[in-house]
Every structure is written in structure tokens, then in C-alpha cells.
Design a protein around this ligand. Structure first.
Ligand code: FDA
Length: 581
């Protein structure tokens, strides 16, 4: 164990947030140290939905192909099934994760990648391997962060090597608190959380059981007991870990009754009830208890300390946004750290991290909790209410397709409850459509475009400053690539078209003279250029004229845009403003 060392960036935590920060810094050549108090990465499945934005980020970091090779593909995720048990009556199926007929084209059009499912305990080792292969960072397992002191020039962190008990210090320019829902960094930095914690507890029981015969004809990653909100003790819902023989069975813990996740007989009874037959063999691998929170931090930065992931947003797993949002936090911060450390941006660029990400964190916390409530609409619609006996609940389900006025009314109510589920499970607007309204963006004076439908479930491609760059398939030589593939890699990129090359290149050179930052200029769709727009997809979403320009940040969000080349002379001032110089 080396003592009293220096690193530019010290990352506490090797969960999805910490590891993504480390990989993004590795790709930009920024040395860093990552600490994890445990000897390994996550040892249980935990988060699993890998949404389109995360795949785009992993694509930029060179890990997308590996993830897709191991993940459950989108076509096996399309159903959320609502039933009495795996073997029991099915009530309804709702489309999920952009895989339903209605949603698929919107999801395909919006991104080069479709949502997939990969459990966290498989994703984390991939990130670790990629970081190790890059050879820039130093990941230390079994090293616990204890406390820090910060001064004007840096932060000193006190660390304990757990196996030997030896303590040492690490001096860094920036300390990243990616240390999860019990963040010590947040607490010591005095960063507050708003909302409420401890709203309930959920038990996750990880099992091995071949359930093919119950699911192959209705593939999905989430299978819900329709009475899960009213009778949690009857067993739980299923998350697919591996098709179709590894699962998480989860249920809400009744606070009025003592519950011990180590009590195998209780776990076995509930898993058996959730499967709903007497014969399917299963093996319990592990069980853990998870707290339901509604907590978000209004501020992610305190001086040289920046927090991310579950440290700053804590919520139930509904919507599958915990890991995805943590990864997006990391990708937002990494390039800003690089620019500040290189002296190419003022340190107040780091304030934009909090200004941009904190509203998103709050939104996903509120939504995850609201979705839990809206899921209760399905049992409520068919007449399943708290306090009913098992017989009564079955009666509600078994009479649902009766030819009676009463059953017709319940079926109509079910239609409405089903529609609500899109807000939780097909929320492309939330996943991809978020926009940074303040932060590292320069306004172009145009109003923010309003999506044609509810903003949670409707994605509208736009180059409005602060939005993620729209995806369009273009051609590079004879290769088909996404617009997202020609930006990033630690650079600012300016996209223009016919007639824009000369004026924008000259402006980029003036911006470099003023700020020291090189801007890569790409002309898309010019007859002599490398990048073509054969399907006119870029033309359809770029919202500027041929010789206008879209300036894109290293994290693929639009920084600024200009309708025409007449505004090219503004570029140096725009860059200086963006970089807080
Ligand atoms: P994360 O908690 O993953 O990582 C924190 C890291 O910090 C760990 O490496 C930890 O060891 C380290 N650490 C903490 N204190 C330290 C210290 N003092 N010194 C050194 N290291 C320290 N989400 C979801 O969307 N869907 C789901 O189904 C689930 N299911 C689920 C089940 C269970 C059992 C858990 C615990 C969590 C989930 N989650 C989830 C939440 C999801 O796992 C979570 O949103 C992400 O892991 C957040 O990533 P972070 O990197 O922010 O924290």
C-alpha cells in the first residue's frame, strides 16, 4: 500500500457512477484512483435496464458491443406481464422498454441502440476490465474512504486498506463522491438531501429456476403479480436476470411483521407462491433488503468535492433509471473535469454539472415514486383492493372476462390503467429527451421546442442548445454511422453543411486562438465531403440551414447553434462563455 500519494481525481465508489467516470477519464488520459471498500464489484444483480442513452455513452466509451453481446436483447423485453403467479391466471400484458409495436419505431428512430437488459453485477466487471486495459486509472478494491479535508488547492482523503488496517492519505485536485445511497462523502461535504427516506422496504431474492415454459411465449424482463401492492406477503414479482433460468423475485416487506432475509423457509414459501406451482425446482442464491426512498440533492458540488449517482438521487427501481442516471451524471462531469484540469476552462464550469444534473435527479426520483403508485392502478381497475382475502382476489381475476355490466366496467377501467403504464415503462422522453436549460450552453434566442405529446413518453429530436444531439444515420465513406459517432471523444465538434465549411473553419480557428481549444468541424452532406446524409435524416432534424452550425459538447449535448453562417464570428465569444474563461 503506497502512502501519501497524489492523483488529479479521486473517485470514491466503483459502482456504475464511479466506474463510468473512471472509464471516461481514462479515454481522455486523465489519471485517477478509484476506491471500493469491498473486495469486488457488485456481487448481486441489482439494476439491470440499460437504456438508450447509457448505450450511447457506452458506445462512445468503446463498450457497447460487449454489452450487447451479453445483454438480453430488446426483442425479449417487450412484455410486462401482469398475472396471479407464473403458473396462474394472466390478467394483461403491457408493452415495455420501447419493444412494443407502438413504441418500437420511435425508439429506433431516436437512437442507434435499443434498450437492453444486463444486470449490474455483469456490467461492472466489463467497466473494470476496460479501465484496466486503458492503463490510465488505478482501481483499489478493499480500500475504504474514511474522511477528507479540503483547502483552496486540493483535497486530502484519508483511506484505510481494510485487510491490513493501515491508513494512508491521497491528495487530489477533485474528490468524486460516487459512494452510493449511504454516501459518506455527501455527509462530510454537508450536501443536503430533500424528500423523504425509509418509505418502505423491498426484499430481492435471487433464484435459479427454469421458468421457460411460463415465459417463452410472452418474453419480458418484468412479470408482476397483479396483487403485489395489496397482498405483498403472497409472494412477489419477477425480474429476469438470465433468460429464462435466473430471476429476482421481489416483494414489499410488511413493516408490521418481523422479516429476516436469512430465514430460508420464509423465502422459499414466497418464491413458491410467486411461481404458483408445486413442482418447478428452484434454488435460492441470495436475498437482500432494499429501502424505498424519495431523496434528491439540490446541489451536487461543494468546492472541490462533486457527488453523483445514488449519493445524490435515491429512489425505488421503478422506471429502471437508477443506474442509467448515475452513468449519465458521470458522463456529464468527466469532460468538464478534463477541461478544468487542463486549464482550458474556468473552475466554475464545474458548477454547470450540478445545475444541469440536479433537476434531472429530482425528476427521476419523483417519477420512480409516482410510477409505484400508478402501477397500483392495474389491480385497482380490476377491483383488487387492500384487505381482501385470497379467495376474493381470485374471484376478481376469474370473473374479469364475464359477460356482465360489472365486468365490462372493470375491463374499461383496465384499459385506462394500461395506458398509464407507458409513463413508467416507455418513457423515452425522460430517458433521451431531457434538456439542460441552464449550464454549459449558450442560448440562441429560440424558444424550447415542445414535444407533440406528453413530454415523458414523447421524444422530440432537437438541436436546441442543451438537448442531446439528435441521432441520424449518416455515411462516413462507405460506413453507416450515427451523428453521435462523429462527436465526443473529449472534443467540441461543430456540424455544418453545404456552404458552411469555409466560414466555420475560419471561425473555429479564431475560437482556438482565443481559448486554446480546438474545435473539429464536420461538413455533412456536401458533395466533396466524407460525411454524407443519403437518407436526409440529418437534414430533417438539424433545425439550422445548410451553412448554419450545431456546436456539440464532448458529452454529445448541443452547446450552441447558429441558423446561418452569418453568425460564425460569434463562435470565439461563445466558446469563451461556455468554458467560463
Ligand atoms: P453504487 O451503490 O452502485 O456504488 C457505490 C460504490 O461505493 C460501491 O462500490 C461501494 O462499495 C462504494 N463505497 C461506498 N462507501 C465507500 C467508502 N466509504 N469507501 C470506499 N468505497 C465505498 N436500481 C435500478 O434501477 N433497478 C433495480 O432493479 C435495482 N435493484 C437494486 C437492488 C439492490 C439490492 C440494490 C442495492 C440496488 C438496486 N438498484 C436498482 C439501485 C442501483 O443499484 C443503483 O441505482 C446504482 O447502483 C447506483 O450506482 P452508484 O454508482 O451511484 O452507486
Amino acid at each position: 500500500v503506497k502512502e501519501d500519494i497524489y492523483t488529479p481525481v479521486l473517485i470514491v465508489g466503483s459502482g456504475p457512477a464511479g466506474l463510468t467516470t473512471a472509464l471516461a477519464l481514462s479515454r481522455m488520459g486523465v489519471p485517477h484512483i478509484v476506491l471500493n471498500r469491498y473486495p469486488t464489484t457488485a456481487h448481486t444483480p441489482r439494476a439491470h435496464i440499460v437504456n438508450q442513452r447509457t448505450l450511447e455513452i457506452m458506445r462512445a466509451l468503446g463498450l457497447e458491443d460487449r454489452i450487447l453481446a451479453h445483454a438480453i436483447p430488446n426483442e425479449l423485453m417487450a412484455n410486462n406481464v401482469w398475472f396471479m403467479s407464473m403458473a396462474g391466471e394472466e390478467v394483461v400484458r403491457t408493452p415495455a422498454w420501447g419493444g412494443g409495436e407502438e413504441q418500437l419505431s420511435a425508439y429506433r428512430k431516436a437512437s442507434p441502440s435499443l434498450i437492453c437488459n444486463l444486470p449490474q453485477h455483469e456490467l461492472e466487471p466489463m467497466l473494470v476490465e476496460a479501465i484496466e486495459a486503458a492503463g490510465v486509472g488505478d482501481i483499489r478494491f478493499g480500500h475504504e474512504f474514511m474522511r477528507f479535508e479540503q483547502d483552496e488547492d486540493g483535497v486530502t482523503a484519508h483511506v484505510t486498506h481494510r485487510a491490513s488496517g493501515r491508513s494512508y492519505t491521497i491528495r487530489c485536485d477533485y474528490l468524486i463522491g460516487a459512494d452510493g445511497a449511504r454516501s459518506r462523502v455527501m455527509e462530510q461535504a454537508g450536501l443536503a438531501l430533500e424528500g423523504e427516506g425509509g418509505l418502505g422496504q423491498i426484499c430481492f431474492t435471487w433464484i435459479r429456476a427454469d421458468l421457460s415454459r411460463y415465459v417463452e411465449h410472452r418474453p419480458g424482463v418484468l412479470y408482476w403479480r397483479v396483487d403485489f401492492t395489496t397482498a405483498p406477503e403472497e409472494g412477489g414479482s419477477f425480474i429476469c436476470v438470465k433468460p429464462w433460468n435466473e430471476w429476482i423475485v421481489s416483494w414489499v416487506i410488511d413493516p408490521a411483521r418481523p422479516f429476516d432475509p436469512k430465514d430460508r423457509s420464509v423465502l422459499e414459501t414466497r418464491v413458491r407462491a410467486a411461481i404458483g406451482d408445486r413442482t418447478t425446482p428452484f434454488e435460492i442464491i441470495d436475498a437482500s433488503v432494499w429501502s424505498v426512498n424519495r431523496l434528491y440533492a439540490p446541489e451536487y458540488r461543494q468546492g472541490r468535492v462533486l457527488c453523483m449517482g445514488d449519493a445524490v438521487h435515491r429512489h425505488p427501481p421503478t422506471n429502471g433509471l437508477g443506474q442509467n442516471t448515475s452513468i449519465a451524471d458521470a458522463f456529464n462531469l468527466a469532460w468538464k473535469l478534463k477541461f478544468v484540469l487542463d486549464g482550458k476552462a474556468g473552475s466554475s464550469l464545474l458548477d454547470t454539472y450540478s445545475a444541469e444534473r440536479a433537476p434531472i435527479g429530482r425528476q427521476i426520483v419523483e417519477r420512480a415514486n409516482r410510477t409505484l403508485f400508478e402501477m397500483g392502478a392495474i389491480p385497482a381497475a380490476i377491483g383488487i383492493v387492500p384487505g381482501q382475502s385470497t379467495e376474493d382476489r381470485w374471484e376478481r381475476v376469474l370473473t374479469l372476462s364475464d359477460d356482465t355490466e360489472e365486468a365490462r366496467a372493470r375491463r374499461a377501467a383496465l384499459d385506462e390503467a394500461v395506458k398509464l403504464q407507458d409513463f413508467g415503462f416507455n418513457a423515452i422522453g425522460v430517458e433521451l429527451g431531457y434538456r439542460y436549460r441552464v449550464g454549459a450552453r449558450v442560448d440562441d434566442g429560440t424558444p424550447e421546442p415542445i414535444p407533440p405529446g406528453p413530454s415523458d413518453i414523447c421524444y422530440q429530436a432537437t438541436t436546441w442548445p442543451g438537448a442531446r444531439l439528435p441521432h441520424a444515420w449518416i455515411e462516413l465513406g462507405r460506413r453507416t454511422v450515427s451523428t453521435l459517432d462523429v462527436v465526443g471523444h473529449g472534443r467540441f465538434v461543430l456540424l455544418t453543411g453545404p456552404g458552411g465549411g469555409a466560414p466555420w473553419r475560419a471561425a473555429a480557428e479564431q475560437a482556438r486562438e482565443r481559448t486554446g481549444v480546438q474545435i473539429t468541424v464536420h461538413e455533412i452532406g456536401t458533395s466533396h465531403g466524407m460525411l454524407r446524409d443519403p437518407l436526409l435524416q440529418w437534414r430533417a432534424v438539424r433545425e439550422v440551414s445548410d451553412n448554419g452550425a450545431v456546436l456539440v459538447r464532448p458529452d454529445a449535448h448541443v452547446a450552441w447553434r447558429a441558423a446561418t453562417a452569418d453568425q460564425a464570428s460569434k463562435l470565439p465569444a461563445v466558446m469563451a462563455e461556455l468554458l467560463r474563461l
